[in-house]
Design a binder for this molecule. Structure first.
Ligand SMILES: NC(=O)C1=CN([C@@H]2O[C@H](COP(=O)(O)OP(=O)(O)OC[C@H]3O[C@@H](n4cnc5c(N)ncnc54)[C@H](OP(=O)(O)O)[C@@H]3O)[C@@H](O)[C@H]2O)C=CC1
Ligand SMILES: O=C(O)CCC(=O)C(=O)O
Ligand SMILES: [Mg+2]
Length: 413
């Protein structure tokens, strides 16, 4: 296969376990749909923040790698995720990506999910916090301050499913009925069937990361969100495994006989409460009593729903960042998708991808540049210089295009 990746001159590789070089090579995927609008703006803003923070001492060397529709144009119509892209994401360890399209029903499976699975990026970390001045449907959006830890490799996202009428579904239905004694498939002739694997290992590593984050950042609680009353051996297993891990690995003590428990944070002396909530109830509680929730540990599908719902509470998915993290690799990406109706219009909010890059700067230890990104975004929003999504809900706002919003941030760095 022809190579299309051009390694930038003068950059160095990030090697896990070694100091971050001052000139790291960071691979990026532009993304489908609005990727073409937001990715260049993100790069411009991050370069400006890094330049201002370090006066040329540090500089990111961006390296474009290809996936999604752009990759099919370059490598051939079936090449959605070329091997050299996977190899580069592994070789350079830290990367950032724009959104990629997944068709509904048939067609290719999610490239986003494929990347997470292939690199074993088991933590999807999505912080949700309020920026002063952002329009929100809540009276007190500032009370919403949570960090979602979504399991990223299991659950129905594993893609184990069979289409209605297929040979596979017929075979599986026969097996379930004749060998497993299953009598409850309501319409066996016209069902598609999907399988939901949730494991002790997968749950443990995700919950361990969430509790460690709570300890390192002196957070108040970790809530395990599940639907374990209905899906006892998958979502229920997630809950039980999480509580057991908190007790075994972190010495959590039961509160009033459990299952809630508490850990004393040795660094701050404060208690972290480990509690759980059933997913449907949780979705109404975050609206009515957001201040009671802090770090969230949840399964893949719940985490997907919760991410967009919480993003809306603080102003929408235009400013909802995220990171996919493993023990070796990290790939940063916004919570939102490709918003196809806005593609190429230079209209949408680049904030989610910029804030995802801000998380990346913090991950690299480039805290000064990360702080400048936050400061300049707060300043632009504070001055009511915003994209259409905020402008339509704000009185007296000046509506900017995607690239103009980037420039407004740069002017305030
Ligand atoms: N990680 C990834 O790569 C993800 C990919 N996807 C994929 O994206 C495609 C489209 O999904 P869809 O369900 O439409 O969800 P999207 O998140 O792409 O868009 C839904 C709506 O959210 C708003 N929105 C999204 N991004 C922005 C932004 N940057 N600034 C302002 N508003 C924004 C828009 O609202 P409004 O119309 O009100 O202006 C938009 O119509 C699908 O193929 C899906 O699979 C989805 C999620 C994540
Ligand atoms: O992969 C996709 O197309 C959607 C993924 C998604 O919605 C998410 O990760 O939040
Ligand atoms: Mg989603």
């Amino acid at each position: 296969m022809t190579s299309h990746i051009k390694v930038p001159q003068g950059g160095s590789k990030i090697v896990p376990g070694q100091a971050i070089p001052d000139n790291p090579i960071i691979p990026f995927i532009e993304g489908d749909g609005i990727g073409i609008d937001i990715t260049p703006v993100m790069i411009k803003v991050i370069d400006a923040a890094v330049e201002k923070a370090y006066g040329g001492q540090k500089k990111i060397h961006w390296m474009e790698v290809y996936a999604g529709e752009k990759s099919t144009r370059l490598y051939g119509s079936d090449e959605w995720l070329p091997k050299e892209t996977f190899d580069a994401l592994k070789e350079y360890s830290v990367s950032i990506k724009g959104p990629m399209t997944t068709p509904v029903g048939g067609g290719i499976r999610s490239l986003n999910v494929a990347l997470r699975q292939e690199l074993d990026l088991y933590q999807c970390v999505r912080p949700v916090q309020y920026f002063k001045g952002v329009p929100s449907p809540l009276k007190h959006p500032e009370l919403t301050n949570m960090v979602i830890f979504r399991e990223n490799t299991e659950d129905i996202y594993a893609g184990i499913e069979w289409a209605v009428g297929s040979e596979g579904v017929k075979k599986l239905t026969k097996f379930l009925q004749e060998e497993m004694g299953v009598k409850k498939i309501r319409f066996p002739e016209s069902s598609g069937i999907g399988i939901k694997p949730i494991s002790v290992e997968g749950t443990s590593r995700l919950v361990r990361a969430a509790i460690k984050y709570a300890l390192d950042n002196d957070r108040k609680s970790v809530t395990i969100v599940h639907k374990g009353n209905i899906m006892k051996f998958t979502e229920g297993l997630f809950r039980d495994t999480a509580y057991q891990l908190a007790q075994k690995e972190f010495g959590a003590e039961l509160i009033d006989g459990g299952p809630w428990c508490k850990i004393r944070n040795p660094k701050s002396g404060r208690e972290i409460i480990i509690k759980d909530s059933i997913a449907d109830a949780f979705l109404q509680q975050i609206l009515l009593r957001p201040a009671e929730y802090d770090v969230i540990a949840t399964t893949n599908l719940n985490g997907d729903y919760i991410s967009d719902a919480l993003a809306a509470q603080v102003g929408g998915i235009g400013i909802a960042p995220g990171a996919n993290i493993s023990d070796q690799y990290a790939c940063f990406e916004a919570t939102h998708g490709t918003a196809p109706k806005y593609a190429g219009l230079d209209k949408v909010n680049p904030g989610s991808l910029i804030l995802s890059a801000e998380m990346m700067l913090r991950h690299l230890g480039w805290v000064e540049a990360a702080n400048l990104v936050i400061k300049s975004m707060e300043a632009a929003i504070g001055d009511k210089q915003v994209t259409y999504d905020f402008a339509r809900l704000m009185d007296g706002a000046n509506e900017l295009s995607c690239s103009e919003f980037g420039d407004a941030m740069i002017a305030r760095i």
